[in-house]
Design a protein around this ligand. Structure first.
Ligand code: SGN
Ligand code: CA
Length: 536
């Protein structure tokens, strides 16, 4: 029986106590007032990729609480971002528009917060809205009745938060604090109105600093490296060879691999200084736990004097274990949120979404980080639970984008979706009826270059079977992959005469998509000019 179906009188009958009126759970209020406007709980992590989520078939970890959303709802296997980097993806999610329209082409651009966003429209539709956690859009959040955000990337330990303009420091671990603040907001919200809460975790962003209680998790296990760890980029353009996100070459021993510097202060490299600064934030107890965990392991590493593949493997193990330890705290967070939703009856009338701003490489092609249009960083996890409308255990392969999130939420709220939004409501898909004309291909455009990790600017098209990418700026190169025969994208087919017609067709389709979404070489040049001026 659905909880929404019960009346206040039923409840009093069940409990047999009039005094129970004083402790009425949330769902009675919701059931009466907001039946048609579901609550929206949008949970987004930072850089948490499908390869490290149980329900996506992770071979390296377990995420029981996150998986519950998929078990009781829907899992999207083909949700993609339109630009695999943080601020741009967040701007797309808020506006339902591509970055060349909303303006946030890279992490250094300030989001124009006067533009229309789905939270603003939800407010007009009667919702109370809040954002808690990572924001990263540089301007102040607008469209939120309450906001409590991390400045910039935020800190894992004892972070500052900016609450409605006031900056305060908190003792604790960031994932737990974001969860505490979210639960507090839920408990104190106006129960007369539906809500939209965006809970944005900082984890699992670089430099992957785990919570003290998990610092020794996975100590005695060996996490298998992905098949493509030693990809030699043989058939690719120079873009893949010239990146700086290699686990072997670009992880910093201190910042990423947690081996603190012992040398003189003046001689420290950027990573050694950065790690020292982060460790300064820790309380005495936190630092003790940290040193107890890393100290002996670091000593053993130094003694072993590893070389070649043994050293590669050590780096991978240190990196992946810290990353996965951060995931455990996120999974705990989702567990705590569900405890509250279950206890209050809110679980019935709340759409719970779990996603991440983009995918991430966990050693695939030898990399960490994201940015490339290749599968691991293009794909976003997307799982949604809404028992009233979504059948438990649904798995969907339609191509959906972060561009579709805003229209979907507006559709559920019964609000009008502005014509200017470029995504489409996924509501019919969620109820099992994919529209016949649903997209069969998607457009992607990445701009942040020259910049950290040196991933060249590129745009491209992904269809259900193929992917065509054009790298530009200080390179002129195309790549083509057949995802059916080459799911790991190791074999660039561009230039192979057998694929001439396919390339022709894909280029035509790519141009059509660019036209449809209003992107062009001219606009790209404009953004380039702006970026170059900023650097001067
Ligand atoms: C920081 C990280 C990068 C990362 C970007 C963007 N370096 O600059 O590794 O790619 O953030 O990440 S670090 O030295 O500060 O760790 S994003 O998810 O916010 O786009
Ligand atoms: Ca990110």
């Amino acid at each position: 029986m659905k909880k929404q179906g019960k009346t206040r009188r039923d409840f009093l009958k069940i409990t047999g106590a009039g005094a129970a009126a004083l402790i009425l759970p949330d769902y009675f209020i919701i059931s009466k007032k907001n039946k048609k406007q579901p609550n929206i709980l949008f949970i987004m992590s930072d850089d948490h990729t499908c390869q490290a989520i149980g329900c996506y078939g992770s071979k390296i970890n377990k995420t029981p609480n996150i998986d519950r959303i998929a078990e009781e709802g829907i899992r999207f296997n083909n949700c993609f971002c339109t630009n695999s980097i943080c601020a741009p993806s967040r701007a797309v999610i808020l506006t339902g528009k591509y970055n060349h329209i909303n303006g946030v082409i890279d992490n250094s651009t300030v989001f124009d917060n006067s533009q229309e966003t789905f939270p603003k429209i939800l407010q007009k539709a009667g919702y109370q809205t809040a954002i808690i956690g990572k924001w990263h859009l540089k301007s102040e959040p607008t469209g939120f009745d309450y906001w409590n955000i991390l400045p910039g990337q935020g800190d894992y330990y004892n972070p500052d938060f900016i609450e409605m303009g006031d900056r305060k420091n908190y003792i604790g671990y960031v994932t737990n604090l974001i969860t505490d603040f979210s639960l507090n907001w839920l408990k104190n919200r106006d129960t007369e109105k539906p809500f939209c809460l965006m809970m944005h975790h900082k984890a699992t962003h670089r430099n992957w600093m785990p919570e003290t209680k998990y610092l020794n998790l996975f100590n005695d296990v060996n996490i298998p490296k992905p098949e493509t760890f030693y990809d030699d980029y043989r058939t690719r353009s120079d873009a893949a060879r010239q990146q700086e996100m290699s686990i072997i070459k670009n992880l910093n021993y201190a910042w990423d691999l947690k081996i603190p510097a012992t040398g003189k202060k003046e001689k420290l490299n950027w990573g050694e200084r950065a790690l020292n600064n982060k460790l300064k934030r820790l309380t005495k107890e936190q630092l003790e736990a940290w040193n107890q965990a890393y100290g002996p392991k670091n000593e053993a590493f130094k003694k072993a004097n590893l070389k070649g593949k043994d050293l590669d493997d050590w780096k991978y193990q240190r990196f992946i274990k810290d990353y996965l330890r951060c995931v455990v705290s996120i999974d705990d967070s989702i567990g705590r949120i569900f405890d509250y939703l279950d206890r209050t009856g809110l679980a019935e009338n709340t759409i719970v979404i779990y996603t991440s701003d983009q995918g991430f490489y966990l050693g695939e092609h030898g990399w960490f980080d994201k940015r490339f249009m290749y599968e691991e960083s293009l794909r976003m996890p997307l799982i949604i639970r809404y028992p009233e409308k979504i059948n438990a255990g649904t798995v969907n392969n339609d191509m959906v984008l972060n561009l579709d999130f805003a229209p979907t939420f507006l559709d559920y709220a019964g609000a009008d979706i502005p014509e200017s939004m470029q995504g489409h409501s996924m509501k019919p898909i969620l109820s099992g009826k994919t529209p016949e004309n649903w997209r069969k291909s998607m457009y992607y455009h990445y701009y942040e270059y020259p910049a950290v990790h040196s991933v060249k600017r590129h745009y491209g098209i992904r269809t259900q079977r193929y992917k065509l990418i054009h790298f530009y700026y200080d390179i002129e190169a195309w790549e083509l992959y057949d995802l059916k025969n080459d799911p790991h994208e190791l074999n660039n087919l561009y230039g192979n005469p057998e694929y001439k017609d396919i390339v022709k067709r894909l280029k035509r389709e790519l141009n059509e998509l660019r036209k449809k979404y209003g992107d062009s070489d001219e606009l790209t040049r404009k953004f380039l000019k702006k970026a170059l001026n900023k650097k001067r």
